[in-house]
Design a protein around this ligand. Structure first.
Ligand SMILES: [Zn+2]
Length: 267
């Protein structure tokens, strides 16, 4: 397009040149070539304009839906809903989750407002959001740091493959996922969650040792790959413990729904 614009401008400047009369007469073939360039450029310009208009119409429609959903939210929630977190927040947990649109807090908290300090990025990782996670643990003092990976994670798939053609910014965020090449499935999703738990325990060692922080790793399963039910949040790591039987026996897991035997076998 840029080349075409340059050619168009060249064509226009030739047409509009004050000394056009002094230029050597153009042959019919040369005139036809310039006309073809101008026509091609105008076609490209019109096509690009249509693409932009279509994209802009999509964005307008989506924004309209968001505005209407927010209006419904405003109507549904009385001032009392906002009153208790107007000036400060006291979340129960810091949650690091993948930015994936299929993973949302309502799957793990019926009332997430004011309740979860959520940090999202591709691959649910600490390295690319360290300050945010620190804020949750050090300033908001949440006793739980929950790291949530998920099945069919695009970031894991990308990190397991060749991402050398991605932009530098995306490459930087995939470089920090330490998973084997060619292993894009559930095993790598779990490995990444376990890696993130280990990093968090190293980073917040003092809080973990003193019992002020528990780091939990989980996999949200919307494909039932772990055979525990569609939409299940499967806890696979508690403060570095990854053995399902031992996790089930931990004091903090007593009375909770623990992984079934099938999950232990697939681990
Ligand atoms: Zn993901």
């Amino acid at each position: 397009m840029k080349r075409s614009i340059r050619l168009l401008l060249l064509g226009l400047s030739l047409c509009a040149a004050p000394h056009a009369a002094e230029l050597p007469a153009m042959s019919d073939a040369e005139k036809a070539a310039i006309r073809a360039i101008v026509q091609e450029t105008l076609r490209e310009y019109a096509a690009a304009l249509n693409d932009r208009q279509a994209a802009s119409a999509d964005a307008k429609k989506i924004l309209g839906e968001i505005v209407r959903d927010n209006q419904a939210f405003v109507r549904k929630h009385k001032p009392a809903h906002f009153a208790h977190f107007a000036d400060a927040q006291h979340p129960r947990a810091t949650v690091v989750t993948c930015a994936d649109s299929r993973v949302h807090t309502h799957a793990l908290d019926a009332t997430p407002d004011g309740d979860l300090f959520v940090v999202r990025n591709i691959g649910n990782q600490l390295a690319t959001a360290e300050g945010s996670v620190e804020y949750g643990v050090h300033h908001l003092h949440t006793p739980l740091l929950l790291i949530v990976g998920h099945v069919a994670c695009g970031a894991i798939k990308a990190a397991a493959g060749d991402y050398s053609q991605e932009s530098p910014a995306i490459r930087r965020e995939l470089d920090t996922l330490q998973i084997p090449k060619g292993e894009a499935g559930l095993g790598s999703v779990k490995l990444n969650v376990n890696n993130q738990v280990r990093l968090a325990m190293y980073k917040f060692e003092e809080q973990v040792i003193s019992g002020r922080l528990t780091v939990v790793g989980a996999v949200y399963d919307f494909n039932n790959e772990m055979r525990q039910g569609l939409g299940k949040l499967n806890i696979i790591n508690v403060n570095g413990e990854t053995n399902p039987a031992r996790i089930a026996n931990l004091e903090m897991m007593r009375g909770l729904d623990t992984p079934a035997k099938g999950a232990a076998r697939s681990h």
